[in-house]
Design a protein around this ligand. Structure first.
Ligand code: SF4
Ligand code: SF4
Length: 301
């Protein structure tokens, strides 16, 4: 259990957030002493309200922890959070957004920019459940050891980000949001799997058969924007050269292993903005040479 403490923590966050959205988008009503759920929310861009289940119902008021969806949500019905890519696409597309979307965007930039960095990818994004499974299956089936099927530069995701924003501006619609597999999976889990399942399957098969960490590490513009936002975030993985026995397990297990270039060379914090702060490297290090910590950005340690 302790060995997989960050894996368990990440699953608790990822699944817990989905459950909170599920509960937050439903209104509990009490019918003849039994609880039923009436769904309210946004499905594929359309507002939706389910049918009341009985005449003479009494609605129980409760304060939902999370309402909305991964694009735009409210914590305790008050604190807005906005998906930075979706919000920027809509702004560039010429959309006039409600003030709380702008406030949510600002809050996300501050919270992730100062502290969490790209941890969104490993602790929040539900697609990580599918890509982690693909990575795990690659390892246990030996697919990881086959020659690379395709070559793709890890910086391609910044190109996809730029293109998404440019095309949103040119065509006046939020381009990536229309094909975003994260939103597809989120809606599928919270509201029931539909055609969006295909988008998730494509990502899963791409990661499983063609490229290790293919979508998140090379293509996803959401990961790219959180990398940029979190470039100077202070919560990082720190490496201690003196404790390290150079077993290289951390490099083998890391989905973005280029960020561990200092291992075996010198003590340093993981400064590369591509690190998703998943904690896998910490879990596999038997010598406690890697730990989460707060960095001094001037000394980079
Ligand atoms: S897993 Fe730990 S001991 Fe092994 S190379 Fe990485 S930091 Fe060093
Ligand atoms: S360096 Fe560690 S925390 Fe960062 S992505 Fe790699 S395994 Fe995860």
């Amino acid at each position: 259990m302790v060995k997989y403490r960050f894996l368990i923590l990440r699953r608790i966050f990822q699944i817990g957030i989905l459950i909170l959205f599920f509960l937050g988008n439903a209104s509990w009503i009490s019918v003849l002493g039994k609880s039923h759920i009436v769904y309210q929310g946004n499905i594929g861009g359309f507002d939706y309200e389910g049918k009341n289940l009985a005449i003479g119902k009494t609605k129980t008021t409760f304060l939902p922890i999370l309402q909305g969806n991964l694009s735009s949500s409210k914590i305790f019905g008050v604190i807005p959070m906005s998906d930075p890519l979706g919000a920027l696409e809509l702004i560039l597309a010429g959309g006039v957004l409600a003030w709380d979307i702008y406030l949510g965007l600002l809050l996300v930039i501050v919270v992730y920019g100062v502290f969490f960095g790209r941890a969104y990818c490993s602790y929040v994004c539900p697609l990580n459940l599918a890509t982690d499974l693909a990575g795990y299956l690659r390892r246990i089936t030996g697919l990881s050891y086959l020659p690379k099927q395709i070559q793709l530069n890890r910086n391609a995701k910044y190109g996809v980000l730029f293109l998404s924003l440019l095309l949103s501006f040119v065509f006046g619609v939020a381009v990536f949001e229309m094909i975003n597999p994260i939103g597809m999976l989120y809606r599928g889990i919270v509201f029931g799997m539909g055609i969006g399942f295909l988008g998730v399957l494509v990502v899963f098969l791409f990661d499983l058969l063609l490229l290790k960490n293919g979508f998140c590490g090379h293509i996803c513009p959401v990961g790219a924007i959180f990398s940029l936002i979190g470039k100077y975030s202070i919560w990082r993985v720190k490496y201690d050269f003196d404790k390290c026995t150079r077993c290289m397990k951390c490099v083998q297990v890391c989905s973005e292993n280029q960020v561990l270039h200092m291992v075996g060379k010198h003590s340093s914090a993981v400064a590369d903005m591509a690190c998703i702060k998943c904690g896998r490297c910490i879990e596999v290090c038997d010598d406690k040479a890697l730990q989460y910590g707060i960095v001094n950005l001037i000394k980079r340690r």
